[in-house]
Design a protein around this ligand. Structure first.
Ligand code: MSP
Length: 651
């Protein structure tokens, strides 16, 4: 393909929150994107691979405060400091073409331009937001969207919040997004994610989206209304175009690369990418991305990894122990990209041993060793074909197409399986042709030479196709089998028989040494214990700071306990009838049955939060919350002097 006619391919990862060190789940997405980018480059495309960091928002502001540094210092350290995100991507051999930080000046300028443009065309208006806010996710939710009263994304507590805010007319775009989904059934993949978006968000109708905040300052200021900062998702999603120069002079690639070929994103942020992002682009009058791919999560013991749960796996530790390529390979080979996968050390080691050490590593080291042993490292030109050759050649020749069919569907696991099917065929070919027996007879030397040649060719083609996943190891294998230049390109993977007949090999170290599973697992367990010991307590989530106005919103009323009883079939709940001074009895359910017998509380003077939205628990309505104090696993209800009258307010 000539340089000028090169087709472009634009692929992105989400931009990561630099709130904590990244874990193996983040690495999964980035390695997948990197593998795809390398594959498309190998195919001759002019690739733009974008990744970066999403640095604004309340969560970062709070973390910085807790750490006693400015938000900018905080993110600088996590992104560019020693062992930070940039270092991790370097270690993992990530070949991104661009890295965007949402605190970069050019991006900030573009966000102000984008926000104003949507405002000026009437898609952003000023209003007041009342809702339930999840601080870690920076998201407002409605009551109906909550799951068990908690944030549907992360499962944490949400808090009632109200603020003057700008809104984006997302509702206006419901029909156009439905049409987009209907007319482009492959816009969002896998298909199950499309159904989820349709049923949960589009069919019920989209609600306008709150797109500015006044309760914190760490964000892009709305330049025409100081005090407001742009909602972090509007800021973050726009990175995909600002990084190409949209609304700024830093880059000039927008015309060349936009629309994006595919956004790789985790399943929990599919809504932002497949609904909100297209609506924003529609409002700006810009083309839409061609595809959003929502991949699954890497889980650990059934749950999503998170620092606060203390169950994160550190990619640096694994890469240092087993090698970067072994880790990259495992991530892409083990789990179907669209589904969740359960991570375990055992699975990792077993995959390294079976595929990399046995199947690939053995084939390479045995073949190269035999060429050295029987021919002094250079094959003779005089060779003879024989049984089993055609079978092997047929498999190798058909491999590139089979692999491509899977890669083009982002089915990394299946693409790699195709390669290992052929590597398995190669290993079987050794057993079938028994080179060690051929070596005993001088007349069979031409046959032996052809067998070894066929094996080198099998390795060459398979190694080309593994390059996007394990680039450095493939370079080492090519050196060992004497393949270079035009013989290791995408085009060269289609043809069998390209190595010169008198190829010279060069024995090297085992590319993937076998790991002793039992020893290694014991060692990892020791390491984990040592790591867990000094910090067995999970890190507490920082408590968000509130204003006096926030505090004033909570109504706390002195109540007398009229009745108290256990709730049937519940070990935790007690049901209270209270005199709250209003003249009407109030019913509250409280999860304190493990700490009190009901009769211990009857007649007591207690405090309840009385303006909490009503909630159903085990079929009973609860109108408020009884105040208790908890420490070290002990709980005490706040009990006041009986002289305090029912209905008195705490202030
Ligand atoms: N900052 C937003 C993305 C904005 S994109 C405009 C964000 N950041 S994140 O750091 O929380 O997550 C980044 C990506 O990592 C997401 O796609 C998320 O799904 C992915 N993963 C985080 N943990 C993961 C696993 N355990 N497994 C697989 N991917 C996971 O969301």
């Amino acid at each position: 393909m000539c340089k000028e006619c090169k087709k472009t391919f634009y692929i992105s990862t989400p931009i990561y929150y630099p709130s904590d060190k990244l874990h193996i789940g983040h690495t999964y997405c980035t390695v997948a994107t990197d593998s795809m980018a390398r594959y498309m480059r190998m195919r001759g495309y002019d690739v733009m691979f974008l990744t970066g960091t999403d640095e604004h928002g309340q969560k970062i502001e709070e973390k910085a405060k807790a750490a006693g540094v400015t938000p900018q210092q905080f993110v600088d350290n996590i992104v560019a400091g020693k062992g930070g995100i940039l270092d991790l991507w370097k270690l993992m051999n990530i070949s991104n073409d661009r890295f965007i930080r949402t605190t970069d000046d050019y991006h900030v300028k573009s966000i102000q331009y984008i926000f104003k443009k949507m405002y000026e065309n009437g898609d952003i208006y000023k209003g007041a937001y009342k809702g339930l806010y999840c601080t870690p996710c920076e998201s407002f939710w409605t009551e109906t969207q909550l799951v068990d009263g908690k944030c549907p994304d992360c499962g944490r507590e949400v808090y009632p919040a109200e603020e003057e805010a700008y809104f984006f007319r997302l509702s206006k775009y419901t029909d156009r997004i439905i049409k987009l989904f209907e007319e482009h059934p492959d816009f969002l993949e896998p298909q199950s994610r499309m159904n989820e978006m349709m049923n949960n968000f589009l069919k019920p109708g989209l609600e306008d989206l709150c797109v500015s905040r006044t309760s914190f300052t760490w964000g892009v200021p709305v330049d025409f209304d100081p005090g407001h900062v742009v909602y972090v998702w509007v800021d973050a999603l726009s990175n995909y175009i600002t990084a190409l120069g949209y609304g700024n002079d830093k880059y000039h690639d927008y015309e060349k690369y936009w629309p994006c070929d595919v956004h790789f994103v985790g399943k929990e942020i599919v809504r932002f990418h497949s609904i909100i992002w297209p609506a924003m682009l529609m409002s700006l009058g810009e083309p839409l991305p061609k595809k959003v791919y929502g991949h699954g999560w890497l889980l650990l013991d059934g749950g999503k990894m998170s620092k606060s749960k203390g169950n994160v796996v550190d990619p640096v530790v694994l890469a240092e122990r087993y090698g970067v390529d072994a880790l990259r390979f495992f991530l892409m080979r083990e789990f179907p990209f669209g589904s969740d996968g359960m991570f375990s050390n055992e699975l990792l080691i077993s995959r390294i041993n079976t595929d990399l050490a046995n199947s690939l590593g053995n084939l390479v080291s045995r073949t190269v060793a035999m060429v050295e042993k029987y021919f002094g490292g250079t094959l003779p030109k005089d060779t003879r074909a024989g049984d089993f050759d055609d079978d092997l050649i047929k498999d190798v020749s058909g491999l590139r197409d089979a692999y491509q069919a899977q890669m083009d569907k982002y089915a990394f696991q299946s693409a790699i399986s195709e390669v290992f099917r052929v590597l398995g065929r190669g290993n079987k070919y050794i057993d079938e042709t028994t080179p060690w027996i051929l070596a005993k007879n001088e007349d069979d030397k031409p046959r032996l030479a052809r067998v070894l040649y066929n094996l080198l060719e099998t390795i060459r083609v398979c190694t080309i196709l593994l390059t996007p996943f394990i680039p450095d190891s493939c370079t080492k294998i090519f050196e060992q089998i004497g393949a270079a230049g035009d013989l290791i390109t995408w085009d060269a993977a289609e043809k069998f028989g390209l190595l010169p007949a008198d190829v010279t090999v060069k024995k090297g170290e085992a590319v993937f040494p076998r790991i002793d599973m039992a020893k290694e697992l014991a060692l990892l367990e020791e390491m984990n214990k040592a790591k867990a010991a000094p910090q067995s307590e999970p890190e507490p989530e920082p408590v968000p700071e509130i204003t006096i106005d926030d505090f004033a919103k909570v109504e706390m009323t002195v109540c007398k306990v009229l009745t108290c009883e256990n709730v049937k079939k519940s070990k935790k709940l007690l049901k209270f009838t209270l005199d709250d001074g209003s003249g009407t009895e109030r019913q509250i359910l409280s999860g304190i049955a493990e700490y009190y017998k009901p009769e211990e509380l009857v007649g007591k003077t207690i405090v309840a939060c009385t303006n909490l939205a009503p909630r159903k628990m085990m079929g009973h309505e609860s109108n408020g919350m009884i105040l208790s104090a908890e420490k070290d696993g002990k709980l005490n209800v706040v009990i006041l002097d009986d002289a305090v009258p029912a209905g008195a307010k705490l202030c």
